[in-house]
Design a protein around this ligand. Sequence first.
Ligand code: GCU
Length: 416
Amino acid sequence: MSMTTVAALTGAVFLTFTPIYEEDEVPYYTLPDPLVTEAGEPVDSPEMWREVRRPETFALFEEHVYGEWLPDPEYMRFDVVDDEPEALDGKATRRQVVIHFTEEDERPSIELLLYLPNDVEGPVPMFLHLSFWGNQAIHEDPEIRLSERWMRGHGEGVEDNRATEASRGASPQPVEAILERGYGLASFYYGDVALDDADRYREDALSLFQDIDEERGPTDAGAIGAWAWGLSRALDYLETDEDADHERTAVIGHSRLGKTALWAGAGDERFAITISNNSGCGGAALSRRRFGERVSRINDSFPHWFCHNFREYNEREDALPVDQHQLVALMAPRAVYVASATEDEWADPRGEFLAAYHAGPVYELFGESPLPVDEMPEPTQPAHGTVGYHIRDGGHSLAPEDWEQYLDFADTYFGR
Ligand code: GCU
């Protein structure tokens, strides 16, 4: 890939950065062993993982990568503002819920959109999806409330970017296909929780926990930590909705939101399945490979995503006390899915595969099936154990073909 293409993907030109795109340029590296404690002891039982190695691994990710997991909010209220039993030609019940964090209904608040299949006896298993744009961008349903929040490329008070219009930011999700398979979908805009802007990301959720007039401390959460916290709050709502099965909920995100889904699944063990689509650097891709985007580059381009300590590893990936296979392993023994796309080299598909693969020993400790392959599979050959992986032909996106795999994987895991 040329420098120009890299610039097109990220919207910025960094002339000094030349990504590695050849496998033989990947430097030699050794990965930390997920099953050896910081004190050098082997982890040989699920109890030792749960009591010692898991907490210390999670703490290392907090301290060095994503920042401290944010506490539960002091106040929370769910306002159901729309409940339509005959949505989508009678196929679904549409519910729109505002999650408030202050009695005064000020920001932050999350506008959660739900579609539940009408012809399935509930409570139904759910996909909880985090979205790049307002809820209106995922389906053409004209009754979806238009988000007026700031959006990248749109500014404040967004124009109508419903999924019908071929307008900027529409990002339709296969809602009908999900419903037909007997699943519900819940989705919200990540900017409800933290705006994806280095100058404004602390205005919302983070302002509940941080003094936003002061600089962030080295281990304070950034935007990814805030978005993950928002996913937990949406799950709090699902726990109260009798039609949704919060114990069978898969959290799913694409790209930066795939990084977020992984951090949410690690921090909140109520998620039964965690799905990261094309999550790349700081997501499923191994940092030590330095292939495509790397730590220094992501910290430069997106200084608000990770904790400040992560910058200590710019050009020093080998010094990281963890690598991303250990993030995948934090889901164990629950199900986890990593997916790549052949043309998405910026995200290092092979590095994503290897992280899923090297999480395997932790799954085996629990008697759960790791990835059932040793080599990266072909694009038409998904590999599904309790750890799942596929690589799809094409570019960086969350495509209907990806969803088909996730639905199959969820069917198997939930025994449907
Ligand atoms: C950029 C960024 C990636 C990120 C992606 C996205 O390409 O460098 O790390 O995953 O945006 O979120 O779309």
